[in-house]
Design a protein around this ligand. Structure first.
Ligand code: C5P
Length: 228
């Protein structure tokens, strides 16, 4: 089953402290952004990539696409101040497709089998997102650092991207969110707000987001393990 993917890539990566877009940092000689793009370039089910970029980085990224022969990019609209704005600017340019995936460009280790499960699930149910079960004991903590309760871990998941949706559903959710000025931290929040059920697909702990410096160490270890 085919899909198109939206990749927000217009962040500043403050938590990485790299002084540049963290997606340009290299993991085993290749930029993080290219690792992510190659997953979709190499997936036969992916029919188009929409990349939200900072205007001042567009030229650099276009050159990167040429150098690494990424040919599936259909548009590079301007990103916005928040991640959701960046996703929205891609959605505005997309034509009707069956399934849309939204995936953080900063998660380069997503695999084709997890993507396929998400796409199938979204096709059947409308909305499905990747996540992993919480591994540690979870505590709810007050603002002044005192434990309030130990939360039952059985029902807790740490969610990731990709998040997959039927086109009409994500369009509706994005439109409503824009009209009322609602900012979610992920697309699933927009769907939940409209009362749509969102399914979870068990993903991998390897699907980490490159956020802080130590993630780069994990990232290179994952690539070495995979023999990249
Ligand atoms: O900062 P964080 O890693 O949580 O951002 C997740 C993804 O969203 C990254 O790929 C980042 O480039 C992107 N982003 C964006 N526009 C923003 C903020 C983040 O495209 N304003």
């Amino acid at each position: 089953m085919q899909y198109e993917v939206v990749l927000p890539a217009a962040g500043s990566g403050k938590r990485m402290g790299a002084g540049q877009n963290k997606l340009f940092l290299k993991l085993l000689e290749k930029p993080i952004l290219v690792h992510t793009l190659e997953v979709f370039q190499q997936d036969p089910a992916c029919t188009g990539i929409w990349l939200a970029v900072k205007p001042e980085e567009r030229g650099f990224i276009q050159k990167m696409l040429e150098d690494y022969r990424i040919t599936k990019v259909k548009g590079l609209p301007d990103g916005g101040a928040e991640r959701q704005h960046s996703v929205h600017s891609c959605m505005k340019e997309m034509q009707q497709v069956d399934i849309v995936l939204v995936h953080d460009a900063a998660r380069p280790f997503i695999t084709h089998d997890i993507i396929a499960k998400l796409v199938q699930n979204a096709h059947h149910h409308g909305a499905a997102i990747a996540g992993v079960r919480a591994k540690d004991t979870m505590k709810k903590v007050s603002m002044n650092g005192i434990i309030e309760e130990t939360v039952d871990r059985e029902s807790l998941w740490m969610v990731q991207t990709p998040q997959a949706f039927r086109f009409e559903l994500i369009m509706e959710a994005e439109d409503v969110a824009e009209k009322v000025g609602f900012l979610g931290t992920d697309e699933a929040m927009l769907m939940e707000r409209l009362g749509h059920q969102v399914h979870i697909v068990e993903s991998s702990y390897e699907n980490v987001k490159m956020t802080t410096q130590e993630d780069l160490v994990f990232g290179e270890a994952i690539l070495r393990k995979r023999g990249s």
